[in-house]
Design a binder for this molecule. Structure first.
Ligand code: ADP
Ligand code: MG
Length: 542
């Protein structure tokens, strides 16, 4: 009819669809995980939104329903969730919100086949996995609070259509017109197996229609509420993988119950791998907040931004079930939970840091985020500092501030650092000559964050942190004296000549005891940005 609008997919979507369908062909069943996860999210969002917005409350028996129809060769996933209006259908299902095709295809190319099913979730392209099994997908949706319904339809070939439709109540039906070779996904026993494997932890009830009735398909128990002895390592791992689309083992699993003024149960994971978007995505924690099992929101920011790599669930006993966004912001309960959870994660890091090898894995994944913490979290700065790891001019492997301080020779009063773009180049830098000759250790820093945070830290155990590219570092009397015959020559007559020749580039020329073999080295003013920061500012055009 003439009310049907045709839209082209965003340029990237067409290519993405191809990629998804081909790369994941051997893991086709994950389409169901993705669609059921979306449906359950939509239910949670409606429950939460109904607390503060004038939309109809979620029905008490709300469930995600899976309806196979063999004669019609369709599979429908129906939810009574928040639904989508016309614009949302076009935007959410017609463009790629989070990351580009290129990043996704690169990640696909670099991944092991077994890791691919979780990439799809990490890149926020779950919906498109419908086309792995369907030759045509219809989405009929009604936004909660609206009378209108819309039908989105596509064969996944470059375009989709939008047309008015009808739906009795708010929610969404995803109707998959299955490919001939995907009929296995119309068998209830097969669907049950997939849900048990991938979606058992979803707390919204999921049912599968068979013989004219809906049979429950997920256990829906909140794993974190079970007594610890009843939880196996495999249970924990499965839940961790489900939470964040990970495919490895957690580096750390923290499961505890807090009692006293604030009662809550927490199940947290520190990932064993770095998710692809870790440093590009939003800078805030997405820990899930539940109240007595019921999912409330993942926007309560239960951890500071620099701990956003921690995944998991906090289930409160104290908050009311109908806690709204406004109330969340105001309640002291949340502040107490935040403090307790942050403290627990920090103490875990502290204790795991004693195992150098195991900690190095963590450090390589998330070290830069701890440095963000030094930069922005004045409350925790002192706690974070000993958890930092460094390359050094004097020792192999990783070292720490406490170890550096313990190695400091008599007479050394500062912690010396050298910041640059890569460790290799730093370890050959002229800047190190005088320090090496005197046996004075320098920490080498080459992360992007390193130009900034050391100044915020200021000092460690009373020892100021000093960049060695800043002028007027006096090395006399430090460490072992440099070899005989290398004492600085009398250059007093040379200095004014150099100064005159280089006047446009430099502000001062000074004799130094910082060099052994080289004739000259650049230095920054004693107070002001060091050379690495100057370079960065120049690059940024300041
Ligand atoms: P992600 O879930 O990671 O955001 P998806 O490709 O799975 O990525 O889904 C894209 C978006 O489409 C979702 O963020 C959501 O806004 C919307 N969406 C998908 N399925 C539903 C549904 N059943 N009900 C409401 N919104 C949905
Ligand atoms: Mg999704």
């Amino acid at each position: 009819s003439d009310t049907v609008e045709r839209h082209e997919f965003g340029a990237e979507v067409g290519r993405l669809l191809d990629l998804v369908v081909h790369a994941l062909y051997s893991d086709r069943e994950i389409f169901l995980r993705e669609l059921v996860a979306n449906a359950a999210d939509a239910v949670d969002r409606r429950r939460f939104e109904a607390l503060t917005q004038p939309i109809p409350a979620l029905p008490a028996d709300a469930a995600v329903r899976i309806l196979p129809d063999k004669p019609g060769r369709t599979l429908t996933i129906a939810d009574p969730g928040i639904g989508m209006g016309k614009e949302e259908l076009a935007r959410n299902l017609g463009t790629i919100a989070r990351s580009g095709t290129r990043a996704f295809s690169q990640a696909l190319a670099e991944s092991k086949a077994s890791d691919r099913p979780s990439l799809i979730g990490q890149f926020g392209v779950g919906f498109y996995s419908a086309f792995i099994v369907a030759e045509r997908v219809e989405v009929v949706s009604r936004r909660a609070g609206s009378e209108e319904a819309w039908r989105w339809e596509s064969e996944g070939q470059g375009a989709f259509t939008l047309a008015p439709a009808t739906r009795e109540a708010p929610g969404t039906d995803i109707v998959l017109h299955m490919r001939a070779d995907a009929e296995e996904f119309l068998e209830p026993f097969r669907l049950h197996a997939i849900i048990r494997k991938w979606a058992d932890h979803i707390t919204v009830p999921i049912t599968i229609a068979e013989d004219g009735k809906d049979t429950p398909a997920n256990e829906g128990t909140a794993l974190w509420r079970k007594p610890k002895p009843e939880i196996s390592a495999e249970d924990y791992t499965a839940f961790y993988r489900h939470l964040g689309h990970y495919f490895d083992e957690p580096w750390s699993t923290l499961h505890w119950r807090a009692e006293g003024t604030t009662e809550f149960t927490a199940l947290l994971f520190i990932p064993g791998m770095k998710p692809f978007e870790a440093f590009e995505g939003e800078r805030r924690s997405r820990l899930r907040l539940h109240v007595r099992r019921m999912f409330i929101t993942d926007e309560a920011e239960l951890l500071p931004p620099w701990l956003r790599f921690v995944q998991g669930v906090v289930d409160s006993e104290d908050l009311p079930l109908n806690v709204s966004r406004e109330m969340l912001q105001a309640t002291p309960v949340l502040a107490r939970i935040r403090r307790a959870v942050t403290g627990r994660v920090l103490s875990e890091l502290k204790s795991r840091a004693k195992d150098a090898e195991g900690y190095a894995t963590f450090w390589q994944n998330f070290g830069p985020m701890l440095k963000e913490g030094i930069w922005e979290d004045s409350e925790q700065r002192k706690e974070i500092a000993p958890l930092l790891r460094f390359r050094s001019s004097a020792v192999e492997g990783w070292t720490s501030l406490p170890d550096y301080v313990a190695r400091m020779p008599e007479g050394q009063s500062a912690i010396y650092i050298l910041v640059g773009d890569n460790i290799e180049a730093l370890s050959r830098s002229t800047q190190l000559e005088g320090f090496r000759a005197r046996g004075v250790e320098v920490l080498l820093l080459a992360d992007q964050m390193d130009a900034f945070w050391p100044e915020r830290l200021g000092e460690f155990e009373g020892k100021p942190v000093r960049s060695i590219t800043q002028g007027n570092i006096d090395l006399s009397g430090l460490g072992t004296a440099p070899p005989e015959g290398k004492a600085p020559a009398d250059v007093t007559r040379l200095l004014p000549l150099l100064k005159a020749a280089l006047e446009a580039e430099i502000s001062e020329v000074r004799a130094t005891d910082r060099l052994v073999d080289s004739a000259a080295v650049l230095a920054a003013p004693a107070h002001g940005p060091d050379l690495a920061l100057q370079r960065l500012l120049r690059r940024a055009g300041r």
